[in-house]
Every structure is written in structure tokens, then in C-alpha cells.
Design a binder for this molecule. Structure first.
Ligand code: GTP
Ligand code: ZN
Length: 229
């Protein structure tokens, strides 16, 4: 659980984490994703870096319209990357025991998110669909959306985002199973590079009963597909 208290740092594109086996223990995976908090440069240095990029694209950094841009960009970064300073364990900490014997899975679908791809630092956005089968205690529904945002507001690949949401629920709530499907459009693939507007990427992660029981997995997927009609 300690591993969850610390912020998770971005991995380099060359990291082999995307190749991790599906059976990897969630606690192990989260521990592997955690790095000690890095020393951060001063805000003024970050603003200077934005000024350098403006000069790099050929702009006059002293013109009136750009004078406040470095400050705004750094503030936008604070917002977009606030997930590094938020703790999944705290969000999922509050559970409720009065469930009247409820024993099926709980699905929250169509959780909108925006994340930033770690290769280009450009947005990818879409929806996460999350189900878990509680053991005795349930978590507040909004917390699944908050958990999604904690991981989305970091530099990500879609695969990491999907796996991290599933691993956090598995590790913290210890349910009978977790199912996560993420669908997203990547702007690094739509507004630059190969420029394919509308191409959607789907990723999924199943643990416990969702991984072991094809009927439960199919029931989850049919409910998720219901949102796409
Ligand atoms: N697997 C995965 N790939 C991603 C994700 N986001 C962006 N990418 C891809 O990361 C790859 C980076 O490829 P590179 O060849 O190193 O970079 P590039 O020259 O900018 O690639 P192009 O986008 O093809 O122009 C691209 O194929 C992107 O589409 C993601 O979430 N998951
Ligand atoms: Zn990208």
C-alpha cells in the first residue's frame, strides 16, 4: 500500500513496462511504476523553458500577446499534470458496508477523461468504463471517476492508463475482479504525423473473475457496448 502513497512518475518511451505480462501482480506493477519524487526546477525555470520553445518556433517572445504566455502555459501544466500529486489510495479509502447483500459487479461507464501522451505531450481523450465486483464493501461511484482523473492527469500511454486504473482498484479494494475498457482518440495521431482523424484506440484489462470467467467478461462488454449504440 505504501507504494500508492507516493506520486507515480512518468516512464520513458523506451521503458519495457508496456510488455509486462498480463498476470503481473497489481501490487508489484504499482510498485514498479512508482519513482521517488524527483527534485523539481523552479517555476521561473519552467517559464523560461516555455520562452525558449516560443523562440524556437520563430516567435518574438517580447511581443505583447506573448508576454503572459509562459506563465499561462506553466499554470496549464500544473492543471493537466496534477495527478502526480494525488493519491489513489486516499480516493478509494472511503467505502460503505451497507449493501443489502449486493453481490453483482458495479459498472460505471462513459467516464470522460483527457490525458497527455508521453511520446508527444499532446492530448488524448475519450472514455473509461470501469467495473468491479465488491467484497462486502462498495466504494462511492464518483471515486472511480476521480481515480481515472488521477492517472489521466499524468503523462501516459493508453495501455499504462488502463492497467494502472485496474491495478489500483485491485490492490486497494481487493474485489473479486476488475474490468477496465478505455477508448480514446490521440491528437498526436489526428492533428499531426499520420493525421487520421477519428481513429479510436481501445484497450482493456481484466483481473480476477473478469479474467477467469468469459461469461462475466462478455456481460461486462455487452453493457459497455450498449453505450456505443
Ligand atoms: N502504444 C501506444 N502508442 C502511442 C500512444 N500514444 C501515442 N503513441 C504512438 O507512439 C508512437 C511514437 O512513435 P515514434 O516513431 O517514436 O514517433 P513519431 O516519429 O512522432 O511517430 P509518428 O506519430 O508515426 O509520426 C507513435 O506511433 C504514436 O502513435 C499510446 O497511448 N500507446
Ligand atoms: Zn503521442
Amino acid at each position: 500500500m505504501d507504494a500508492l502513497i507516493k506520486p507515480i512518475r512518468p516512464s520513458k518511451p523506451s521503458d519495457k513496462q508496456a510488455d509486462r505480462p498480463a498476470e503481473l501482480d497489481p501490487a508489484e506493477f504499482l510498485a514498479a511504476a512508482v519513482r521517488a519524487d524527483q527534485p523539481r526546477p523552479a517555476r521561473a525555470e519552467a517559464e523560461q523553458a516555455v520562452k525558449t520553445l516560443l523562440a524556437y518556433i520563430g516567435e518574438n517572445t517580447e511581443r505583447e500577446g506573448l508576454l503572459d504566455t509562459p506563465r499561462r502555459v506553466v499554470e496549464a501544466f500544473d492543471e493537466l499534470y496534477q495527478g502526480y500529486h494525488q493519491c489513489p489510495a486516499e480516493v478509494l479509502d472511503r467505502t460503505f458496508g451497507e449493501t443489502a447483500g449486493y453481490d453483482d459487479f458495479v459498472l460505471v461507464r462513459d467516464i470522460e477523461f483527457t490525458s497527455q501522451c508521453e511520446h508527444h505531450m499532446m492530448p488524448f481523450y475519450g472514455k473509461a468504463h470501469i467495473a468491479y465486483t465488491p467484497v462486502e464493501r462498495v466504494v462511492g461511484l464518483s471515486k472511480l471517476a476521480r481515480l481515472t482523473d488521477i492517472f489521466a492527469r499524468r503523462l501516459q500511454t493508453q495501455e499504462h492508463l488502463t492497467a494502472q486504473i485496474a491495478a489500483a482498484i485491485d490492490e486497494i479494494l481487493k474485489p473479486r475482479g476488475v474490468a477496465v475498457v478505455v477508448e480514446a482518440e490521440h491528437t498526436c495521431m489526428s492533428v499531426r504525423g499520420v493525421a487520421k482523424h477519428g481513429a479510436m484506440t481501445f484497450t482493456s484489462r481484466f483481473t480476477g473473475m473478469f479474467r477467469d470467467n468469459p461469461a462475466e467478461q462478455a456481460r461486462f462488454l455487452s453493457l459497455v457496448r450498449g453505450s456505443q449504440r
